[in-house]
Design a protein. Structure first.
Length: 198
């Protein structure tokens, strides 16, 4: 077996081994440098998104137990974009999922909230259906039939009950914008909004 010795006194194998060790060492150093950079950003309340490469405040990232600092690698906007793309590519799957979820959980969320607030009263699914039919299965504010949710006319946070008489259908948009206003406060708010816009 012929062994060639280079001018620096090393064999070809030794040189290869040294090169691979140098590459591995350089990779470790660059990884440590990345972690130091991440930590420096975190000290200043910032983090870099792996998708869009933007450096954003920590509040722009959703929580994730396994991620660096307990946050996801991608910012909220990149995550929203990703899931919207998935929904556009396969709308039937998500439409079916949303319908089954809403069907299974209609009224559960308000019952849970009522328990949390120790509100008086309770209702069954048939009570809820009767209240929806009473109001014509339409939003009591905008008369829409899309995305109906359970509305507490007197909000639980303002002393309202969970009895069927306090329940009515409202579209998700109206129910969210009403927040904890009473019906009269919300109607006044909507009137002011229309006056401002016109």
């Amino acid at each position: 077996m012929k062994v060639t010795v280079r001018a620096n006194g090393r064999t070809g194998r030794e040189t290869k081994r040294l090169r691979s060790n140098l590459k591995a060492g350089a990779a470790r150093v660059s990884r440590k440098l990345e972690l130091v950079q991440k930590d420096m950003l975190a000290i200043h309340g910032m983090k870099q998104c792996t998708d869009c490469s933007k450096v954003l405040p920590l509040r722009s990232f959703n929580g994730r137990r396994t991620g660096h600092l307990g946050l996801s690698q991608t910012c909220r906007w990149c995550q929203i974009e990703y899931y919207e793309k998935k929904r556009r590519e396969n709308p039937e799957k998500y439409r079916g999922y949303n319908k089954t979820y809403e069907g299974r959980n209609k009224g559960r969320n308000s019952a849970r909230r009522a328990k949390r607030r120790d509100a008086e009263g309770s209702f069954t699914e048939s009570d809820l259906l009767r209240r929806f039919e009473y109001h014509g299965n339409r939003c009591i504010y905008c008369k829409s039939t899309e995305n109906l949710t359970v509305e507490h006319m007197i909000p639980l946070s303002r002393g309202g009950t969970n009895w069927p008489a306090n329940l009515a259908p409202a579209c998700r948009s109206c129910n969210c914008s009403k927040n904890n206003k009473t019906i009269t406060e919300y109607k006044e708010h909507m009137n002011e909004k229309t006056v401002r816009n016109s």
